[in-house]
Design a protein around this ligand. Structure first.
Ligand code: FAD
Ligand code: UDP
Length: 381
């Protein structure tokens, strides 16, 4: 008898498996319908021996000391700060938009203070910042929005930025400094031996069994377990009874070329040309040295694996209905990007899994995130 059936071997499922097995001594069965662990963070050496991310570039960054320390028990880190260029007007310019972006784009030599004035002069102020269009146009005006955001967003989401929550484009906020890093988090690094190796370590506990190539519905009723942790799409779990929750998908085109370097930056975004959104060259991310180099092109589409929840009010409304069902489902815990329909980064999923673990165990987080006291004991003292 297993204490837990965990559906999905991505961050949500693997972190919960590790905590339940190693911290609480539970017996755990992890099933994933894919032929590998690590979910969308899966990486592998391709036929040419280059380490690539099968499901697109995954760069780890977090402000959470707890998440950083926790994952650090399962991997060493390689310091890495991500940088992206956008192909605009025949140039490769820093994105997020920063001081250098403006100076290079317009042939100016503004200072940080002057570029703030520049943003003010072109911004179309919004009383309420509701949509992604509001978020960008309200800060840097329509011209920069048109050059960097409008078409990228249309390609990526199949809809206009005015139809998406502000939070989507707000992931890439304009700056007045020359900081050209994509993320500004306190901790930024890549797992030294890759994500898959880190997941192997997470799942290495003797109380954890992993079954791949297995949809959980194939084992339901055959293998006994007490409770379920579900990390797949929440609408699928409930047989789409309120209709499908929209997810955006991607088609990945992987390619290896017989030269050492493909492009001058780890990622180049193509807002205005090509049907793909961006090209990633993996060796920048992994630090691998190799005479060849591998890249991936991302082609957004509607059909295919669900990769992105689509943040907009009507979808949040539909999700609320599924969440009500999830809250009522006894002995089933819904965790992760698909199961809680949140546009979460990896670290946010890890934090959510750690906090779900505390909920499951009835533990309360201590302020240092280490020693935890059961809620019952707290109540008694
Ligand atoms: P997943 O990794 O999706 O895991 C869910 C697992 O459940 C899957 O393996 C699936 O096969 C399995 N499953 C589903 N249904 C069933 C079923 N019926 N039976 C059995 N198994 C099932 N985050 C960052 O922090 N930095 C980045 O740079 C970054 N880049 C990204 C780039 C792309 C292209 C994408 C799509 C995402 C990116 N992310 C990034 C987000 C990151 O991938 C997610 O936050 C994280 O992987 C989510 O983990 P999860 O466990 O919730 O979901
Ligand atoms: N975005 C854009 N142009 C860019 C980069 C981002 O319009 O050059 C917008 C786009 O809507 C995108 C969102 O900002 O979906 C978030 O970008 P991010 O790079 O965080 O997306 P992810 O890595 O999650 O695909």
């Amino acid at each position: 008898m297993f204490d837990y059936l965990i559906v999905g071997a991505g961050f949500a499922g693997s972190v919960l498996a590790e905590r339940l097995a190693a911290d609480a001594g539970k017996k755990v069965l992890v099933v994933d319908k894919r032929p590998h662990i690590a979910g969308n963070a899966y990486d592998e050496y391709n036929d040419d021996g280059v380490l690539v991310h099968r499901y697109g570039p995954h760069i780890f960054h977090t402000n959470s000391r707890e998440v950083w320390d926790y994952l650090g028990r399962f991997t060493e880190w390689r310091p890495y700060e991500h940088r992206v260029r956008a192909s605009v007007d025949g140039m490769l310019l820093p994105i997020p938009i920063n001081l250098d972006t403006i100076n290079q784009l317009y042939g100016l030599s503004l200072t940080s203070m002057q570029v703030e004035d520049f943003f003010h002069s072109v911004a179309e102020p919004r009383e309420v910042v509701r949509t992604s269009e509001d978020a960008v146009v309200g800060r840097v005006g329509r011209e920069l929005y048109d050059k960097f955001f409008r078409n990228y967003t249309r390609k990526q989401w199949g809809m206009d930025a005015s139809e998406l929550d502000a939070a989507v484009a707000a992931r890439v906020p304009a700056r007045t400094s020359r900081d050209d890093r994509y993320f500004t988090d306190t901790y930024q690094a890549m797992p030294l031996h890759g994500y898959t190796r880190m997941f192997q370590n997470l799942l290495a506990h003797p109380n954890i069994k992993v079954m791949l190539n297995t949809d959980y519905r194939e084992v339901e009723g055959l293998i006994p377990y007490r409770e379920v942790v579900f990390t797949g799409p929440v609408d699928e779990y409930f047989n789409f009874q309120y209709g499908k929750l929209p997810y955006r998908s991607l088609r990945f085109k992987h390619e290896t070329v017989a030269r050492e370097v493909f492009q001058p930056a780890p990622v180049v975004n193509y807002p205005n040309e090509h049907p793909y959104t961006r090209i990633t060259e993996f060796k920048y991310l992994t630090g691998q040295e190799h005479p060849r180099t591998s890249v991936v092109y991302e082609y957004p589409c509607d059909d295919g694996d669900p990769y992105y929840p689509v943040p907009r009010p009507e979808n949040a409304e539909l999700y609320r209905k599924y969440k009500a069902l999830a809250d009522e489902a006894e002995g089933v815990w819904f965790v992760g990007r698909l199961a809680t329909y949140k546009y979460y980064n990896m670290d946010q999923v890890v934090a959510q899994a750690l906090s779900t673990y505390r909920k499951i165990m009835g533990l309360k987080a201590a302020s240092n995130g280490r020693s935890r006291v059961p809620a019952t004991e707290l109540a008694a003292t």
